[in-house]
Design a protein around this ligand. Structure first.
Ligand code: AMP
Length: 297
């Protein structure tokens, strides 16, 4: 496995492989790799001839009050995981190489980034969209792999690929969880022992919401109240948002009459967790079927 630090050397490597007709895959990460990243890497390995994993803790997606300085950076461990998984290149640019003095341009995807994470973290998605655009231009992959755990991020990336005509297929991989249901995250190491014990309640609440929708509850407000009640059992968990949304626009649903995604973010101590689940409304599919039948009459 090669380690490449300079963006121009990265592009030279990719261009050479393109001339040989090689399909390159990219897994963008901020390092502190866990089994969630490993699943993306394995999917990438299966679907591409050559695989690049970028490890870059992107400063522009952190607000000054956030955890940029303390974000975990176990680079030797990360390289070892990449080596074991058959990654061809670890791309590890320095912040100054990605954002040299005088850097100005920002990529923004306003509508899909507006709510949820965008509201809690106002500059976050401009940072994400900008760095993903740069990584796509530098690495020039044919496919890029992202995790469903960051559902809104996947929406932002799909939109920018479409709007900016990137010839890249975005592959979204399912969320990998700990045995007790907690979504794996590089930030989970910051949970205290007690907070780690209660953290899975967040996922249990999302599951309760999904179950209620699948049992026919069709008012989003009632589903949200139910999820809040589950989490309310643990006063240490503070809810940032919990919402039943349209899976494409991420606009909140009032009446759940179609497939939905439940998005959530909570805080436990100083750690912020995000997660989501899909839910298919039986009510909606019945209505949908009735609608189709009515059209056929
Ligand atoms: P990060 O290093 O946290 O920026 O994540 C890099 C990529 O890994 C993103 O596409 C994430 O959505 C994905 N990812 C992070 N955690 C998980 C997980 N538990 N399951 C699946 N994908 C994940």
């Amino acid at each position: 496995m090669k380690t490449i630090r300079s963006p121009s050397a990265m592009t030279t490597w990719s261009d050479q492989l393109h001339r040989e007709g090689v399909v390159i895959g990219l897994v963008p990460t901020m390092g502190a790799l866990h089994d969630g990243h490993r699943a993306l890497i394995r999917t990438g390995r299966r679907q591409c001839d050559a695989l690049v994993v970028s490890i870059f803790v992107n400063p522009t997606q952190f607000a000054p009050t956030e955890d940029l300085a303390s974000y975990p950076r176990p680079i030797e461990q990360d390289r070892e995981l990449c080596r074991t998984e058959g990654v061809d290149v670890c791309f590890e640019p320095a912040a100054g190489a990605m954002y040299p003095k005088g850097f100005q341009t920002l990529v923004t995807v306003p509508a899909i980034a507006r709510r949820w994470e965008g509201q809690s973290r106002p500059h976050h998605f401009a940072g994400v969209a900008t760095v993903v655009t740069k990584l796509f231009n530098v690495v020039r992959p044919g496919l890029a792999f992202f995790g469903q755990k960051d559902y809104q991020q996947c929406g932002v990336v799909r939109q920018l690929v479409k709007d900016l005509n990137f010839p890249i297929r975005i592959v979204v991989c399912p969320t990998v969880r700990e045995q007790d249901g907690l979504a794996m995250s590089s930030r989970n190491v910051f949970l205290s022992t007690e907070d780690r014990r209660i953290a899975p309640i967040f996922f249990h609440a999302l599951q309760a919401g999904r179950q209620a929708i699948e049992n026919g509850l069709s008012e989003a407000a009632s589903v949200e109240a139910l999820m809040r009640k589950v989490i309310g059992g643990e006063p240490a968990i503070r809810i940032d948002y919990l919402a039943v949304c349209d899976p494409t626009t991420l606009e909140p649903l009032i009446n759940i009459d179609r497939p939905a995604v439940i998005l959530g973010a909570v805080r436990l101590g100083s750690v912020r967790l995000i997660d989501n689940v899909h839910a298919r409304s039986t009510h909606g599919s019945r209505q949908h079927r009735q609608g189709l039948a009515a059209r056929e009459d």
